[in-house]
Write a protein that binds this ligand. Structure first.
Ligand SMILES: Cc1cc2nc3c(=O)[nH]c(=O)nc-3n(C[C@H](O)[C@H](O)[C@H](O)COP(=O)(O)OP(=O)(O)OC[C@H]3O[C@@H](n4cnc5c(N)ncnc54)[C@H](O)[C@@H]3O)c2cc1C
Length: 433
């Protein structure tokens, strides 16, 4: 690596940014990878942290060790606040960095469809902190319900503990389905640890605005997913828009439902950095890009992953998936290599390896073109694919073993309440729906 080598700055060490940095390893470029966290988060398993199956360390990988053998990569901890396209500089906290090529891969956050006040009552799941907060709320709700049940038994008030303990999941996409299914499996395990709560009190309600769960899948798989959810005990409400969320309640259509915990699993909005890259963002704030994933007016700036409104061959916008972000990261690195060798760039082509969603223990759906699979076989495929993905980031096989064991047995080994274990003033666990 020489001083005159082109400088590549990558914003975000998620699936896209990390893959780009890895692929730039052997090129004569100097790479600076900047992220506001010192770790990569394996988002597909965040719900397992929230639901006490895995611990945070099992789904997060520190960044520095990943680049130990890659001398042309510097890792910087910092939050990028501004991008100056004209002068080719970015600002992160108190430093400025200049670039020859910029790869923006800062991902997305939740969108509450104009109701940001709902976030405090219904956290989403995007970061480790979100998962820990959700885990805290779930465990606290159970602890309080157990305490009330014990107190009711002590004072011989059998009726006092007959109200339902509702967990409401908002969103019928893959994340909502995963959370609802796993919560329901967790409820079955409940009686081993919480002996006073009547397990029949625990209800998991999935509210989906669409007329079926997993609307991006074909209809037979949506139907199968719904059947598998119901089998696990989830109350599925489709065509049911959530119209209000309060501290302990959710309005689903016209029905006010009490909620010990509400989880937000719908709506995404691209990183606010997108606004600095284009004035023509799509309705979820993604940046329109050229076929090689660069900005039309700044060909040295690439936008990838959840931030990009990239089209497939049929002109459809590619979905927000880890595999899309990874393939785009690799494609951008290849095009930078081609530029250095003075070759023409190639357009990005997404290789669709199919879609899969897990629903709970040994319940899943897989869609590979015409091949549609459900239940245990689909779940085994889901587990194998995700184990392979995880191995990409984690070289320690002990972690993989631990994970396989945890999800195969549904052992809730990570059930510490972190943060304040005290309920908020006036917090009640349950009221009947
Ligand atoms: C709960 C959940 C489950 C999912 N399950 C699946 C699944 O099963 N399969 C699948 O294919 N996809 C899944 N996805 C989607 C997948 O995780 C995303 O599509 C993918 O992470 C997008 O990659 P990315 O590189 O664009 O962004 P991300 O992976 O989100 O990475 C963005 C990075 O940018 C950093 N960053 C953000 N802003 C700044 C800033 N201003 N300055 C510095 N750094 C910044 C963040 O810290 C983060 O590290 C899931 C997503 C969620 C939330």
């Amino acid at each position: 690596m020489k001083k005159a080598d082109p400088r590549v700055v990558i914003i975000g060490a998620g699936f896209g940014g990390l893959r780009a940095a890895k692929r730039l390893a052997k090129l004569p470029v100097h790479v600076t990878l900047i992220d506001r966290n010192n770790h990569h988060t394996f988002q597909p398993f965040l719900y397992q942290v929230a639901l006490t199956v895995l611990s945070p360390a099992q789904v997060a990988t520190p960044l520095r060790p990943l680049f130990r053998g890659q001398e042309n990569v510097d890792v910087i901890l910092g939050e990028v606040s501004s991008i100056d396209l004209r002068n080719q500089r970015i600002t992160a906290d108190n430093i400025e960095l200049s670039y020859d090529y910029l790869i923006v891969a800062a991902g997305a956050r939740h969108s509450y469809f104009g109701h940001n006040e709902w976030e405090q009552y219904a956290p989403g799941l995007k970061r480790i902190d979100d998962a820990l907060e959700l885990r805290r709320r779930i465990l606290l709700a159970l602890e309080l319900a157990e305490r009330e049940a014990v107190a009711a038994k002590e004072s011989d008030q059998a009726d006092a503990d007959s109200s339902s303990l509702n967990f409401v999941v908002v969103g019928g996409g893959p994340t909502g389905v995963e959370i609802a299914g796993t919560l329901a499996s967790l409820a079955h395990e409940l009686k081993k640890d919480f002996r006073a709560i009547d397990p029949d009190r625990v209800r998991v309600i999935l509210a989906a605005a669409s007329d079926r769960v997993l609307p991006s899948y074909e209809e037979d798989l949506s139907r199968s997913a719904e059947a598998q959810l119901r089998q696990l005990g989830v109350e599925v409400r489709t065509s049911s828009r959530v119209t209000d969320i309060g501290p302990q309640s959710v309005r689903i259509g016209n029905d006010m439902v009490s909620a010990a915990v509400t989880v937000w699993a719908t709506g995404v909005a691209a990183s606010p950095l997108a606004k600095q890259l284009s004035s023509r963002l799509d309705k979820v704030g993604r940046v329109p890009v050229t076929p090689d994933l660069s900005l039309p007016d700044y060909r040295n700036v690439f936008v990838i992953g959840d931030m990009a409104a990239a089209q497939d061959r049929d002109g459809k916008i590619l979905p927000g998936l880890a595999s899309v972000a990874e393939q785009q990261g690799a494609a951008v690195a290849r095009n930078i290599a081609r530029n250095i060798r003075q070759l023409q760039r190639k357009p990005f082509r997404y290789r669709d390896w199919g879609s899969m969603a897990t629903i709970g223990q040994r319940a899943a759906v897989v869609q590979w073109g015409w091949l549609h699979l459900s239940r245990t076989l689909a779940w085994l495929i889901w587990a194998a694919v995700h184990a392979a993905l995880l191995l990409d980031f984690r070289s320690r096989s002990s972690v993989l073993r631990e994970w396989v064991w945890s999800i195969a047995t549904s052992k809730t080994s990570a059930s510490l309440i972190t943060g304040s274990p005290r309920p908020e003033q006036g917090h009640r666990t349950a009221v009947s729906a």
